[in-house]
Design a protein around this ligand. Structure first.
Ligand SMILES: [Zn+2]
Length: 200
């Protein structure tokens, strides 16, 4: 299935809501899906936050899930990283000056977009699609609704300096359903940047 066909499926789902039955991709076993975002492959951005405590604001407006579900998924996403590296995230109210700002909006065909941190960037904004239906549950396939925890954790990975690696893992280029696991190489890079989690 091509990228444009995938988009057609999503549009069809949106138009049919609520009460529609979701369509599966024509061939989910061979379709790699569309890239989660458009950040270039690299081992790491070469920059890390110069601190271990980061503030995060999450605005659930534009997401099909309840605000409480969005915040719960965000907490789970951040916890995935807190369980690996020595970073502590603190959720702050929307509108606060946060290190990482999470918003839903129109971002073309991508699930999410993010930026790497950098010395000239006082903050990083993560944008998630407001056109893709999300779920707070686990998904074993790439078709909508998309697993919010997986995609947000992936984008937060970029926001702390990590790049894409391999397939079928949290930092893979393509979204193929739920992933909570790291490939050993990206885990090693992340621990190299921030040190191992003290919560273990
Ligand atoms: Zn990505």
């Amino acid at each position: 299935m091509t990228k444009s066909n995938w988009r057609t499926v999503v549009v069809g789902v949106i138009l049919a809501l609520p009460g529609c039955s979701l369509r599966a991709p024509a061939n989910p076993n061979t379709d790699p899906g569309i890239p989660l975002d458009d950040l270039a492959p690299a081992s790491a951005s070469g920059y890390r936050w110069p601190k271990h405590g980061l503030t995060v604001s999450v605005d659930p407006q534009g997401c099909n899930l309840l605000p409480s579900e969005v915040l719960g998924a965000a907490a789970e996403s951040l916890g995935i990283w807190e369980g690996l590296v020595d970073l502590r995230f603190v959720l702050v109210p929307v509108g606060s000056q946060a290190d990482i700002t999470v918003q839903f909006g129109a971002i073309g065909g991508y699930y999410g977009v993010a930026a790497y941190p950098g010395p000239l960037e006082p903050s990083v904004t993560v944008r998630l699609s407001n056109a893709i239906p999300w779920t707070s549950g686990l998904r074993d396939r790439g078709e909508p609704p998309a697993d919010l925890v997986t995609v947000l954790a992936h984008e937060v990975g970029h926001a702390i300096g990590l790049a894409h690696t391999g397939q079928d893992n949290l930092m893979a280029t393509y979204y193929t359903g739920s992933h909570r696991e790291f490939r050993a190489d990206v885990a090693g890079i992340a621990i190299g940047l921030y040190g191992p989690s003290l919560a273990r």
